[in-house]
Design a protein around this ligand. Sequence first.
Ligand code: NAP
Length: 254
Amino acid sequence: MRNYGLIGNPLAHSLSPRLFGEYCQRQGITDARYALFPLEAEGVVREALHAWVADQHLLGFNVTIPYKQLIVHSLDYLSDEAAAIGAVNCVSVAYADGAVKLTGHNTDAAAFRQTLSPLLTPSHRSALVLGTGGAAQAVGYALQQMGIDCRFVSRNPSASFSPDQTISYMQAAEQMPCRTLVVNATPVGMTPHADATPWADSELFTPHHLVYDLIYNPQETRLMAEARRHGAATQNGLPMLQAQARQSYKIWGL
Ligand code: NAP
């Protein structure tokens, strides 16, 4: 049996095992399994992580909240994209002479790029990315590659990983008329807090806006519903989740 899985904490509502099962069924793969591993932070430290991976006989694993940035320092190699973003959501495992070698990849950026592209119109040349965590960094990297100018929006801009490119929510409201792509890369609005929204001024949305919410549970967040009511196009995070999973399977050679 080939072993794969997901590390993070908490993991109870993860869709990843279902996506993996559906993929294996479609591909006729019967010798692979995918498990959830709700590790504590000590388990992500270099030596502990390598020993644990060997013990579990893992060939690859995904990484989610809160370890995408922390794990970078525990790996042996990083892909160019993971190094540039500073976050890893997919790890491939090699076994050589009894030693475990771990390589970190970031499939979030490519998945975002791939699923955003078909939704863009020529007016979406400039974006607001809400949040400054690992997801925002992957989105910012993808937007840069696509030639879309972006500002990160934070409750505390000076503490951002990129203070020069980060503005407050008040400044973002002023820039909203010209920044017609809005990406929610905060966890605000996610089940079980689906009544919350990271964006208070819903009347600023227009039919020119595209709101891409990285959240996929609920399917339509309050942010998306309010933007839609003002005529904006909306997208949730499910296609991105599916795309990043498919890229992981490709990296693992499945
Ligand atoms: P994170 O590190 O926990 O948070 C991201 C940022 O959100 C924080 O840096 C913070 O920015 C802002 N934030 C957090 N709590 C907030 C609050 N109460 N009010 C306003 N802003 C708040 O999360 P992440 O790992 O970057 O992920 C963000 C979201 O993207 C999650 O919902 C995750 O599930 C989703 N995601 C989806 C996919 C997909 O494939 N669809 C992939 C990756 C991530 P400031 O402190 O600067 O305000």
